[in-house]
Design a protein around this ligand. Structure first.
Ligand code: UDP
Ligand code: MG
Length: 141
């Protein structure tokens, strides 16, 4: 199991003032922050990031939402990071998310669900590389 994952505090959560509370959940769950930045994605960036979903019916809505406002992208480190972060955020649909998870507590809807988490070690590496350069990742220095 790898020790890195990639997270996003999505535009709904930033807009609703939850950035600090979610950042605190990251630390409380035992993740080390390798890098974090506040940014606003272009539509092209959102389309590139979610390219795996390009045939899905929600692709247009998802990429428009993800480029609609500021978000915070984070590279995280912890033992078994991918599974650990997915457990911390909860199910994609907040109505199905366990008590105490980030999506249960902060998500607005299935689409606007507060946070992203990588689904595999391979995708975690790719997603970190999509948003961060080597020199921005603290453990690599
Ligand atoms: N999504 C959506 N409608 C759906 C499924 C997903 O709008 O029916 C959005 C939602 O924001 C989700 C993202 O697309 O987080 C990526 O979907 P995925 O299945 O990869 O869920 P995740 O890995 O984020 O839990
Ligand atoms: Mg996913």
């Amino acid at each position: 199991m790898g020790n890195k994952t990639f997270a996003i505090i999505k535009p709904d959560a930033v807009k609703n003032g939850h950035t600090g509370k979610i950042y605190d959940r990251v630390l409380t769950a035992g993740f080390k922050i390798l890098s974090a930045k506040l940014m606003k994605m272009t539509l092209a960036q959102a389309e590139g990031f979610y390219a795996v979903h390009k045939e899905r019916p929600f692709f247009g809505e998802l990429t428009t939402f993800m480029s609609s406002g500021a978000c915070m992208v984070l590279a995280l480190e912890k033992e078994n990071a991918v599974a650990g972060w997915r457990k911390t955020i909860g199910a994609t649909n907040p109505e199905e998310a366990d008590e105490g998870t980030i999506r249960k507590d902060f998500a607005t809807s299935l689409g606007e669900n507060a946070v992203h988490g990588s689904d595999s070690d391979e995708n975690a590496e790719k997603e970190i590389g999509f948003f961060f350069t080597e020199s921005e990742l603290i453990s690599n220095q």
